[in-house]
Design a protein around this ligand. Structure first.
Ligand SMILES: [Zn+2]
Length: 470
C-alpha cells in the first residue's frame, strides 16, 4: 500500500493579490508534493483562499463590491495563477464554501459543549492588518511592526473565549517529547525554540468571536457573533478533507507556512484540534521571507514582485528554478531582478541548456543508437535537500553534476573519438543527462520531461534550446 502524504500551503488572505511570497510557499509545496508522487506516495495537496474578516469587508467596500463579489474576484487571481506555474494542487479550498462553514460550526459547537468556550469581556489593541489583538510590548513606535501604515485600535467587546491556556502543558509535552503520541515537529529548530519559550512564558485564553465583524461564519449558539477569522481559516486544512472525501488523509503530514503565522499554526491550531478530539498534524515548517534588493517587500516601496512578471521574464520552469534556488528556508533571502537574470543565464541558458544541447549534437552527429533500459531514482543528495527544505543544496548538487559533465566533455574531446570509445563516452553522457532530468522533475517538471524524452533513445536528435538567453 502506498504511503499517504497530505501537504498544505496556507490559504491566502484575499485582501492582497498574489506576489512572490505566496509564490514561494506554493512552489515549495509543489516541489515536495511532486517529489512524494514520484516516490510512489499517494499525495493530497491543498491550497486555497481565506475569505472572511474585517479586512476583507473593508477592502470590498473600498471597491464598491459586496464582500462575496470581492472575494470571488480576488480568489480567482490565486486559483488562476497556480496552474500557470504548473502547481499540481489537488483541491483549492475557499472558506466561503458552504460545506466549510457548516463543518466549522459543528466543530465550534462541539468545543462549546465540552465547556472549552466561555463568554467574557475583552479590551485590547487590535491590528486589522494582522486580524489579531496585539500587546503593548509588540508595538514599534506605537504601531504593529508588520503594518506600520495602519493605526492599531482599541477594542472592547464581549465575546467568546477559547480555553487555550488549558492546553498549554499538553502542547509543550507534545512538542518536546518525540515519543509523545501527540508529538508534532516544528521546523526549523530556531522556530521550535521560539514557540516553546513563548508557551513556557504563559499564554492567555483566546478571543474566538467578534460582535463587530459581520463578514464571517456565525457562531451556532449566538448568531450575533461571528467566528474569529483565524479559527475559521485554520480549520480549512481539516474541512477540505471532508469536503472532497479525503478523510483518510487526516492528519496532515506537512503544513508549509511563512514565519509570520507560526504561532497560529503551531499553538492555536493544535489546541483547537485537541479540544475537538481531532488528531494533530505531524509537521510544520515555517520559512523566512524574501528581501528585494535588501529591503522588505512592500506596496509603498513599490518593489512587490508578482508571479505574472516572473513568468513573463523567465517562463514556468525558469521561475520555478529561481524561486526554489532562493527559497528562504532558514533566513531571509535577498533577491533582485538582476540576480534572477544572472542566475537564469548562468544556470539555465548556459549550464543546463548548453549541456543538453551539446550532448544531443554529439549524439546526433555520431548516428549511434543508444539502448537505455536503466531504471532511475533520486540521487541521495537531492533526497536530502528536499527532506531538509534545502532546495538550494539539492539544486547545487544537480548543477555540480552538470559542471562535471561539461568538464568531462571538454577534457575528453569526444569529437576526436570514434568507434567503441565514442560509443562508451556518449553512452555515459546520455546516462548523466537522464539522471539530471530525473532529479530535476520536482523542481522543473516540463524541462525534466523534455530532456528525458529527447534522450530516451535509441536515436537522439538536437532540439531547439531549452532556455533562450535573456
Ligand atoms: Zn499587523
Amino acid at each position: 500500500m502506498a504511503n499517504k502524504f497530505y501537504i498544505t500551503t496556507p490559504i491566502y488572505y484575499v485582501n492582497d493579490v498574489p506576489h512572490i511570497g505566496h509564490t514561494c510557499t506554493t512552489i515549495a509545496a509543489d516541489i515536495i508534493a511532486r517529489y512524494h508522487k514520484i516516490l510512489g506516495d499517494e499525495v493530497f495537496f491543498l491550497t486555497g483562499t481565506d475569505e472572511h474578516g474585517a479586512k476583507v469587508a473593508e477592502a470590498a467596500a473600498k471597491e464598491g463590491l459586496t464582500p462575496q463579489e470581492f472575494t470571488d474576484k480576488v480568489s480567482r487571481t490565486f486559483s488562476n495563477i497556480w496552474p500557470k506555474l504548473n502547481i499540481s494542487f489537488d483541491y483549492f479550498i475557499r472558506t466561503t464554501n458552504p460545506q466549510h462553514k457548516k463543518i466549522v460550526q459543528e466543530i465550534l459547537e462541539k468545543i462549546y459543549q465540552k465547556g472549552d468556550i466561555y463568554k467574557s469581556k475583552y479590551k485590547g489593541l487590535y491590528c486589522i492588518g494582522c486580524e489579531k489583538y496585539i500587546t503593548e510590548s509588540e508595538l514599534v513606535d506605537g504601531r504593529c511592526p508588520l503594518h506600520p501604515n495602519r493605526q492599531v485600535c482599541e477594542q472592547e467587546e464581549e465575546n467568546y473565549f477559547f480555553r487555550l491556556s488549558k492546553y498549554i502543558p499538553e502542547l509543550i509535552a507534545a512538542i518536546e517529547d518525540e515519543k509523545n503520541p501527540l508529538h508534532y515537529q516544528i521546523e526549523p529548530e530556531g522556530k521550535r525554540q521560539e514557540v516553546l519559550s513563548r508557551l513556557k512564558a504563559g499564554v492567555n485564553d483566546l478571543s474566538i468571536s467578534r460582535a463587530e465583524v459581520s463578514w464571517g461564519i456565525p457562531l451556532p449558539w449566538d448568531q450575533a457573533q461571528t467566528i474569529y477569522v483565524w479559527v475559521d481559516a485554520l480549520l480549512n486544512y481539516y474541512t477540505a478533507t471532508k469536503i472532497v472525501n479525503k478523510e483518510n488523509f487526516w492528519p496532515a503530514n506537512l503544513h508549509l507556512i511563512g514565519k509570520e503565522i507560526l504561532w497560529f499554526h503551531t499553538v492555536i491550531w493544535q489546541a483547537l484540534l485537541l479540544a475537538a478530539d481531532i488528531a494533530l498534524p505531524k509537521e510544520i515548517f515555517a520559512h523566512s521571507f524574501y528581501l528585494i534588493d535588501g529591503q522588505k517587500m512592500s506596496k509603498s516601496l513599490g518593489n512587490v514582485i508578482s508571479p505574472e512578471e516572473l513568468l513573463a521574464k523567465f517562463g514556468v520552469d525558469g521561475t520555478r528554478y529561481l524561486i526554489a534556488y532562493s527559497f528562504p528556508s532558514l533566513t531571509d533571502s535577498d533577491v533582485s531582478w538582476n540576480k534572477f537574470k544572472e542566475k537564469y543565464n548562468a544556470d539555465l541558458a548556459n549550464g543546463l541548456g548548453n549541456l543538453a544541447a551539446r550532448i544531443a549534437r554529439l549524439a546526433e552527429k555520431s548516428a549511434l543508437k543508444f539502448s537505455l533500459g536503466e531504471s532511475l531514482s533520486f540521487s541521495p543528495e537531492v533526497q536530502e535537500g528536499v527532506k531538509n527544505f534545502r532546495f538550494d543544496e539539492a539544486l547545487n548538487f544537480i548543477w555540480t553534476q552538470i559542471a562535471k559533465e561539461n568538464k568531462r566533455i571538454n577534457e575528453k574531446k569526444p569529437w576526436e573519438l570514434s568507434g567503441e570509445e565514442l560509443k562508451e563516452f556518449l553512452g555515459e553522457s546520455v546516462k548523466k543527462i537522464r539522471q539530471i532530468a530525473f532529479d530535476l522533475q520536482p523542481f522543473m517538471p516540463q524541462t525534466a520531461e523534455k530532456i528525458s524524452n529527447q534522450f530516451q533513445g535509441p536515436v537522439i536528435k538536437s532540439e531547439k534550446p531549452l532556455f533562450p538567453r535573456i
